[in-house]
Structure formats: C-alpha cells, structure tokens
Design a binder for this molecule. Structure first.
Ligand SMILES: CC(C)(COP(=O)(O)OP(=O)(O)OC[C@H]1O[C@@H](n2cnc3c(N)ncnc32)[C@H](O)[C@@H]1OP(=O)(O)O)[C@@H](O)C(=O)NCCC(=O)NCCS
Length: 151
C-alpha cells in the first residue's frame, strides 16, 4: 500500500506525536507553540487509514534561526517530526520532509531549520541538512543539535 501524505490539523498530529515524541507524558504535552497559527502547516503520513507519521512546519524569523540573525532570508522551523516505530526506516520520514520542502519552496521560503535529537541527525544529514554550533540539552528529551538547509 503506498503511503499518502496530506495536510492535517494540529490536533490530528497528536495520534503520532504522543506515542513517538511524548511517550508517557500527558496528552496536553503534545501541544506546540504556534500549532494553530495560519502560517503553520502540519503533514500526516497514512498507510491506508493508519496514521503513521507527522511533521509540523512553522514560520520563523531570521532572529530565531541559527543561521544569520541579520539575514534577509525567509525561514521556517520544522517541529514534531515522527514516524511510528514499526513504520520507521521505510522512507516515510523522508517523504514527509520532502513534501514540506516542496510546499515551502512554492511559497518562496528560503531556509528550514530545527532542533534535532542527536539520534536523528544522520537521518537529516541524508536529506541535505547540516548541523550548526554545539550540542545542547532539552529537558525531558535529551541532547540536540541545531540543523538547517538553504532550500
Ligand atoms: C527520525 C525519523 C523521523 C526518521 O523517519 P524514518 O521514516 O524512519 O526515516 P526514513 O526511512 O525516511 O529514512 C530516510 C533515510 O535516512 C536514513 N536514516 C533514517 N534514520 C536514520 C538513523 N537514525 N541513522 C542513520 N540513517 C538513518 C535511512 O536509512 C534513509 O536513508 P536512504 O534514503 O539512503 O535509504 C524516525 O525514525 C522517528 O520518528 N524517530 C523517533 C522520533 C525522532 O527522533 N524524531 C526526530 C526528532 S528531531
């Protein structure tokens, strides 16, 4: 069965965000700042009717980005990226990021950045993203790198 990627609501992301990114924590912890903004979009990956992956793209300012706070580039931030365990390693994460990048390019967004869990860094590197700066700790989640790609 081919994987379908489509736009979904913020609430619909929780079905994957919770088990993959917020396991053992209250459902409310799935909420992310900016989830409901008009400039935000959420992508869901479906294997038939089963929701298997999610990614959220949020408009960001140059000042928030790790690249060059003074640049004139337009930025988005990727958050809440996850694929359920038994569907990982099948190209679904890659399809979600690539679909998001296609949409960003159509909207003339110049660059995408995010905080990457250290275990996911090789996944993002395969998609052309680079780490920038040193590692840092996120409470409850662990060690991260900032990563970016000019689109
Ligand atoms: C990280 C994650 C989103 C990747 O999604 P996925 O569907 O498993 O990844 P894909 O199958 O699309 O992988 C794409 C490519 O990256 C590679 N890859 C994926 N995860 C990798 C890893 N941990 N280490 C090395 N390579 C990896 C794949 O081999 C594949 O390479 P290829 O294109 O040469 O075949 C998923 O594993 C996940 O949800 N992990 C747990 C939550 C998490 O860490 N989210 C990221 C938070 S920043």
């Amino acid at each position: 069965m081919p994987i379908t990627i489509k736009e979904i609501s913020a609430l619909e992301t929780y079905g994957v965000r919770h088990p993959v990114l917020r396991a053992g924590r209250p459902l409310e912890d799935c909420a992310m700042e900016g989830d409901e903004l008009e400039t935000t979009f959420h992508l869901g990956a479906y294997d038939d009717h089963l929701h298997v992956g999610v990614a959220t793209f949020l408009k960001s300012s140059a000042a928030e980005s790790p690249i060059d706070p003074t640049s004139n580039l337009s930025f988005y931030q990727l958050r809440g990226m996850g694929v359920i365990p038994d569907h990982q390693g099948k190209g679904i994460g890659k399809q979600l990021v690539e679909r998001g990048i296609d949409m960003l390019k159509k909207n003339k967004v110049d660059a995408l950045w995010f905080n990457a869990r250290i275990a996911a860094v090789p996944f993002y590197e395969r998609l052309g993203f680079s780490t920038i700066g040193s590692t840092f700790e996120v409470e409850h989640v662990g060690t991260h790198y900032k990563m970016y790609r000019v689109l």
